[in-house]
Design a protein around this ligand. Sequence first.
Ligand SMILES: Cc1cc2nc3c(=O)[nH]c(=O)nc-3n(C[C@H](O)[C@H](O)[C@H](O)COP(=O)(O)OP(=O)(O)OC[C@H]3O[C@@H](n4cnc5c(N)ncnc54)[C@H](O)[C@@H]3O)c2cc1C
Length: 393
Amino acid sequence: MTTPHTIQAEYDLIFAGGGTAACLTAGRLATAFPNLSILIMPKWISKDGRRSDIPHNYIYNNSSKELFVCDGTLVNRVIVEDGSPHSCREIVVVGAGTLGSPLILERSGLGKKDVLEKAGVAVVAEIPGVGENYQNHASLYAPYIADPELRNMNNLFRGDPETWSQAHKDYIDGGIKMRPHPEELPEQPLIWASAVAGSLGDLSSLPNLNFISSVAFLGYPASRGRLHISTSDPLAAPDFEPGFLSNPADVAALRWAYKKGREINRRLPSFRGVFFPGHPQFPEVSAAAVEETTPVPLDAPKIVWSAEDDKAIDVFLRQVVGTSWHSAGTCAMKPFNKGGVVDSKLNIYSVKKLKIVDIYPALEHRLQNTYSTAIAVGEKAALIIAEELGGSV
Ligand SMILES: Cc1cc2nc3c(=O)[nH]c(=O)nc-3n(C[C@H](O)[C@H](O)[C@H](O)COP(=O)(O)OP(=O)(O)OC[C@H]3O[C@@H](n4cnc5c(N)ncnc54)[C@H](O)[C@@H]3O)c2cc1C
């Protein structure tokens, strides 16, 4: 492995960008094909950014002399000539993640015609699905007042170094997948939920109380957003519309999650009240507006929610809905005429020898860690490319 590295004229494989999935693929191929020259540009991080990721296990420790790493390189575009990438003997792989890969494709002239024309980029091949279909496990967070004696993680969220080192020793991150009763709904869990011993919000704006909070990630988001270039400048801000809650099904699911979180939290031994400024603004007469300062028994009657309460929750959801950092879908693997960008062998439609390796679901987001999905995609990509190169990993 050679780094730092000046880019030469030609390689057998080029990884333009290099996220979790792409680094894994490149590392596997470098080990399996030691004579294959591979260039990877694994990280582009802003000056003050920090990130730890898979390269340390697949790239930086790789002994291949033909694996070249060009760290800190911002990929502008892939030059496509006569239907395939320029300056690469075998395959160019775009691997810059959900928020990077579609932008590289669009700057390369591969994308939706009107997006490219608006950005001043010449159309090389029209692929309407590029940058569409953006998905995320949209998240909800609600704070509750906790027993002052409860050991919490607020110092962790404040970035205190001592708490961080302690956290590596004995903190546990736990969550559950939840779904309504079978008679209420579906065959699959609706929500990933977690009770956090602390507040995930802006701590500086909160009073000096102890907090616990409930967090819910939407399991199977129905909403879709989009991510496109706004100009041909790789440093320009993109045109990004995450589309959170644009489908009413997602509002209904998170509304259910809010209610469920509230019922769970008011039964916890550490519960000392709802922190109302961080909750929906319920009408005064609402059962949900009643102040409670101690936990209720496990078998206490559930809150009876009115239609007005539901409206207040829906307003609240639109104010607080956030990312779970699980972006996916902007280069979907689907048939071309259904908005697909890559085929089942990861080939970008309309261009030869150009693939994408990063996380994108086949059809829709699943309720799972996207990091694990990226690793699975990386492994599968290594198998596909190795086969095309006439070998195996
Ligand atoms: C704060 C945070 C917390 C997360 N927590 C979890 C978690 O707890 N569990 C979980 O499963 N997942 C988590 N994820 C998501 C997970 O990290 C991603 O789903 C996964 O890493 C995606 O892998 P990827 O291969 O698609 O791309 P990524 O690993 O995202 O890599 C893309 C890379 O391409 C680079 N890049 C982009 N554009 C360019 C360009 N033009 N030129 C060069 N490089 C470029 C980026 O800088 C990045 O290094 C988290 C993500 C974030 C941001």
